[in-house]
Ligand binder design. Sequence first.
Ligand SMILES: Cc1cc2nc3c(=O)[nH]c(=O)nc-3n(C[C@H](O)[C@H](O)[C@H](O)COP(=O)(O)O)c2cc1C
Length: 178
Amino acid sequence: MKEKVNVFDYAEQITKAFRKGILLNTNGDKFNSMVIGWGHLGVIWGKQTFAVYVRENRYTKAQLDKTQEFTLSVPLGEADPRLVKICGLQSGHRIDKVKEAALELEVPEVNQTPGIKAYPLTIECRVLYQQRQDLSLLPDHICNEMYPQDVDSSNPLANCDPHTMYIGEIVSAYLIKA
Ligand SMILES: Cc1cc2nc3c(=O)[nH]c(=O)nc-3n(C[C@H](O)[C@H](O)[C@H](O)COP(=O)(O)O)c2cc1C
């Protein structure tokens, strides 16, 4: 069951949930979920939006580019360490996270990407705009810390590549109830 909510009533909890790890779900060739610690709820072009930042090598990026939609699952209580480990350290390039993490999915309301029952606050988004970061425009200290270029870029844990920002229009927000 879904209980519709005004997502801005949850702004503080969403902001705090970035520290626990929000789940960014996509559903292209298969359902996949990755942990994000960066992003923001806001308004642009007169629309309620959610921006997320995804590095080049993520399976999530390939799915987002294909489907142009995503669904966020936000923990309101404690984060589940098992979900953080599987969805934040392993890639959909190699594993099926639904199986590995025993994810229980909730049928979406508007888009085609389910939420995850373990994290009740669910935000469905359609991509309005995407832009790859231009590292030359970043302050040096951020560039050196977040995007070191002297690493082996073939290593899946390498962090030399830029993020792409995806601004999603919020098309539905609800709590998943048992
Ligand atoms: C706490 C935490 C926060 C993270 N935040 C982000 C983020 O905002 N953007 C990003 O691209 N990767 C982030 N990651 C890394 C991805 O979750 C990780 O690389 C994941 O395995 C990618 O999965 P995928 O390849 O299936 O998309 C974070 C990981 C953790 C543990």
